[in-house]
Design a protein around this ligand. Structure first.
Ligand SMILES: [Fe+2]
Length: 371
């Protein structure tokens, strides 16, 4: 059984300029990024690459968006794709390194052969996705009103660079949701049946670093995050290694319909579902692997390990962001059953990583409690 794979070579640079020079960004390169990052970090360097600003094509990636970018930036001479951005930018770039992408849905449904013919270099500019070290791309499938994941080794980045300077301008809201997503990656991977002593090492360290960081930010104020942003960036990559190998489960599975139907950003949607799922896990099998997680969380939070550890964790996380009822996002009561059926039908890839099996009715009940 495979225990751990870390594919990309990981480097760290103090400044973006040093990275651009080391990687010789220029002709034949396609850089997927955001205009505000381009203006501040890339424009002054007069790089001769092609630049694509993801936000011009919409919010989170969809199959239609990737088709559009792919047709507009078609270049036979392109040999490398750089993803310099958050999860959306990275998800798109992972598909663009594949040969002959004209219909992204066919790629996700594996109806065409998946052949990688370009190098992929990833620089995360949020501290959540972990996508810089995984072989997974997620996109909204417009015709199906949900998100799908594609996990094949051709999607592994070849190089990853950690450049803390790029995160200094990240607004608090995005910092909060991306780092909570990273925490959820680490926690879901920790209780996954695919977890092993190697992935646990990365999960535990990520959980410790993120909670320690939150405690400091709550004590010293939001601005303090810039002083410890590298800790969050590294923790997020650690969590990526953990979930890239052990997987994420029900929290991600249940959050996808919220993202697919109501456009709730990924990290925000995950946070709405997170403790609801873990409370049910805890009720169903309190003595398995989750007992170790609960003890770890209790130690970190400085409280006694008790049944309501997830309420205590939520109290801490609510000081970083806010949890809302699902109806606030526009979800309708009749969608509780529709979403539950959709998760059972479309998210078995993720549900296989659940700590304990959740039935269709248990999934509906989780939505109902959060509704
Ligand atoms: Fe995630």
């Amino acid at each position: 059984m495979k225990m751990l794979s870390i594919k990309p070579e990981i480097s760290r640079f103090e400044k973006f300029e040093e990275f651009a020079s080391e990687f010789k960004i220029g002709q034949g390169d396609l850089v997927i990024t955001h205009e505000f990052l381009f203006d501040e970090f890339m424009l002054p360097l007069k790089l001769e690459a092609d630049f694509c600003f993801q936000e011009k094509y919409g919010g989170e990636p969809s199959d239609e968006m990737i088709d559009k970018i792919s047709s507009e930036y078609k270049n036979e001479k392109c040999q490398r794709v750089f993803a310099i951005g958050g999860g959306s930018v990275i998800d798109i770039a992972k598909i663009l390194v594949l040969k002959d992408v004209t219909n992204t849905l066919d790629v996700f449904e594996k109806k065409i052969p998946i052949i990688k013919d370009k190098e992929l270099i990833v620089v995360p500019t949020t501290c959540g996705t972990g996508s810089e070290v995984t072989n997974i791309s997620i996109a909204k499938i417009v015709s199906k009103e949900t998100k799908m994941g594609l996990a094949v080794d051709e999607l592994y980045p070849d190089y990853t660079a950690i450049i803390p300077e790029l995160l200094l301008g990240l607004p608090f809201k995005y910092f909060a949701y991306s780092s909570i997503d990273a925490l959820i990656h680490a926690v879901e991977a920790y209780v996954s049946p695919k977890a092993n002593s190697f992935t646990e090492l990365f999960s535990v360290k990520a959980i410790e670093m993120i909670i320690d960081g939150y405690v400091k930010i709550i004590e010293k104020g939001q601005e303090f995050r810039s002083e410890i942003i590298e800790d969050f960036l590294v923790a997020s990559t650690f969590a990526g290694v953990a979930f890239g190998n052990a997987g994420v489960g029900a929290v991600h599975a249940l959050s996808y319909p919220l993202g697919g139907k109501y456009g709730v950003p990924h990290g925000e949607a995950n946070y709405q579902i997170f403790t609801g799922v873990f409370k049910v896990y805890n009720q169903k099998d309190p003595n398995g692997k989750i007992a170790k997680l609960n003890q770890l969380l209790a130690d970190k939070l400085g409280v006694d390990n008790s049944e309501d550890i997830y309420d205590i964790l939520e109290t801490l996380l609510n000081k970083i962001t806010t949890k809302k009822e699902l109806r606030v996002y526009g979800m309708k009561e009749e969608e509780i059953d529709i979403f539950a059926d959709g998760v059972i039908a479309g998210q078995q890839r993720l549900l296989a990583n659940n700590y304990v099996e959740l039935s269709r009715d248990e999934i509906a009940e989780i939505y109902r409690k959060l509704y």
